[in-house]
Ligand binder design. Structure first.
Ligand SMILES: Cc1cc2nc3c(=O)[nH]c(=O)nc-3n(C[C@H](O)[C@H](O)[C@H](O)COP(=O)(O)OP(=O)(O)OC[C@H]3O[C@@H](n4cnc5c(N)ncnc54)[C@H](O)[C@@H]3O)c2cc1C
Length: 426
């Protein structure tokens, strides 16, 4: 390696960037990672639940020391009205597939793994642009410095300004973006175990719709960590814009919603963050490679929100792996042309892109099904309230009570349409 040239430079030490760096360093490549955060993960946000099959794919059998918070063994779908709520509470004690994570800790750990493997990390430095010669990306610009590489991987997250400035991707379209807001509340491990009827090491993932998002398309989430609770919202940006509601107010009211407030009572707010999420999915994917250049993770729009699951972290890791494998093959072949790098897309087609294709209509469905986030949760709470109401008046048949809760709130044709469209989209 010459003093100022690397085989691969990676922009961003989030999950996609650190995963690619780890794999490349393990393969003995000269790889540099530049991240604008003071420490990796410092500015990164997730809900967050990580599906750990992706970690196993990255470092088989080598992630026992990963700073995972709690294994998710209970899934709650919560439908909220102003005061009332209905929950579908499912327990899967033997399902060992996902853990909650806090990105500050997790990203630092993953970046350290990449460094231990031999990657060079430069934190606290922002990449301002790309060096492009004869149409090929040959390096990066950071401040006054220029650093060259055979290949540059963008893992810069959702707002991929570097790739955009170089004309390699289009600016993000507001219709393809969701906005996330997240609070983290500190609570003792015992308090969390007691409130969620769980034991240390095991935890809960809760996704909520209804009053929690004040009629904006999207939903709220709650995840239990070891000694904290993550509570937040993810809303469709267009629907939020149309609502004209300040998101900070919606997030504030979320904390006061009776169905959620009891879980965070007496918790100390230790973190507040907001972040964009690329939810346009398969229909809005950019070109994933150019001469000397690959695009990974959120920068490539590799996220799927199906309402009951949100996945971006596992896809970021898988795309990091695929980018590293492609870079390795390109180094061996000495070919960094777009034609050669197309094999990155072929690799992703077996995994991430397959899922994005399957869920290609989920964003559109979630963003435009107004009843899903307003009417249905209110009706669900109303139906259950009627069924459980005993007030001394003559008893009614359940059928009549359901009809009373639904009456006038929803044209049956809309329900049918939602069921059919939902079945095809989610
Ligand atoms: C509120 C919310 C909830 C979510 N919930 C979940 C969930 O539960 N499960 C799930 O799987 N996914 C979830 N996601 C999505 C998931 O967090 C992302 O898909 C994932 O973090 C993407 O990883 P990444 O490495 O591509 O990008 P990021 O994690 O955003 O990393 C990008 C990195 O690039 C660096 N960077 C950016 N620009 C530059 C530059 N110019 N120079 C140098 N460095 C730069 C940043 O500092 C950062 O470290 C959620 C997202 C949000 C916002």
């Amino acid at each position: 390696m010459s003093d100022d040239k690397f085989q691969v430079i990676i922009i961003g030490a989030g999950l996609a960037g650190a995963a690619a760096a780890y794999r490349l360093a393990k393969a003995g490549r000269e790889v540099l990672v530049v991240d604008r955060g003071k420490t990796p993960g410092a500015k990164n946000v997730t809900g967050g639940r990580l599906y750990t099959y992706a970690l196993e794919a990255l470092m088989p059998g080598e992630w026992a020391d990963a700073p995972l918070e709690r294994e998710v063994t209970r899934e709650i779908l919560l439908m909220t009205a102003a005061e009332d709520s209905v929950a579908i509470d499912s327990s899967f004690p033997s399902m060992k597939q996902s853990h909650t994570v806090l990105r500050g800790k997790f990203d630092t750990w993953l970046a350290e793994k990449a460094e231990e493997a031999g990657a060079v990390m430069i934190p606290g430095s922002t990449v301002d642009g790309l060096i492009i010669r004869a149409g090929k990306v040959v390096g990066i610009k950071t401040g006054d410095e220029e650093l060259e590489a055979d290949l540059v991987i963008s893992a810069e997250g959702v707002n991929a300004i570097v790739a955009e400035r170089a004309g390699l991707i289009r600016p993000v379209n507001v219709k393809d973006i969701a906005v996330g807001v997240k609070h983290v509340f500190k609570l003792s491990e015992d308090a969390i175990n007691e409130r969620f009827n769980t034991v240390s090491g095991k935890g809960v993932a809760m996704l909520c719709a209804g009053e929690c998002n004040k009629g904006i398309s999207g939903g709220a989430f709650l995840y239990t960590n070891k000694e904290s609770i993550s509570l937040g919202l993810v809303v469709d940006s267009q629907s939020w814009k149309n609502s004209k509601l300040p998101l900070a107010d919606v997030a504030e009211q979320l904390k006061q919603l009776p169905a959620l407030a009891r879980y965070i009572e007496d918790g100390e707010l230790i973190e507040y963050s907001a972040h964009l999420i690329p939810e346009g999915g398969f229909n809005s994917l950019p070109e994933l490679c150019a001469d000397g250049f690959l695009l990974t993770g959120d920068a490539a729009g590799l996220v799927v929100n199906r309402g009951f699951t949100v996945r971006g972290m596992d896809y970021a890791i898988l795309s990091g792996i695929a980018a590293a494998e492609t870079a390795n093959e390109a180094i061996e072949a000495g070919d960094y042309s777009k034609g050669f790098l197309k094999r990155y897309e072929n690799k992703l087609e077996q995994t991430v892109l397959k899922d994005l294709k399957t869920s290609r209509n989920s964003h559109d469905y979630i963003a435009h099904s107004r009843h899903l986030f307003t009417t249905y949760p209110t009706i669900a709470a109303g139906v259950m309230k009627n069924l459980y109401s005993v007030d001394g008046n003559p008893a009614k048949l359940a059928r009549g009570m359901c009809k009373q809760a639904i009456s006038g709130k929803l044209p049956y044709f809309d329900v049918l349409k939602d069921i059919l469209k939902g079945g095809r989209s989610l």
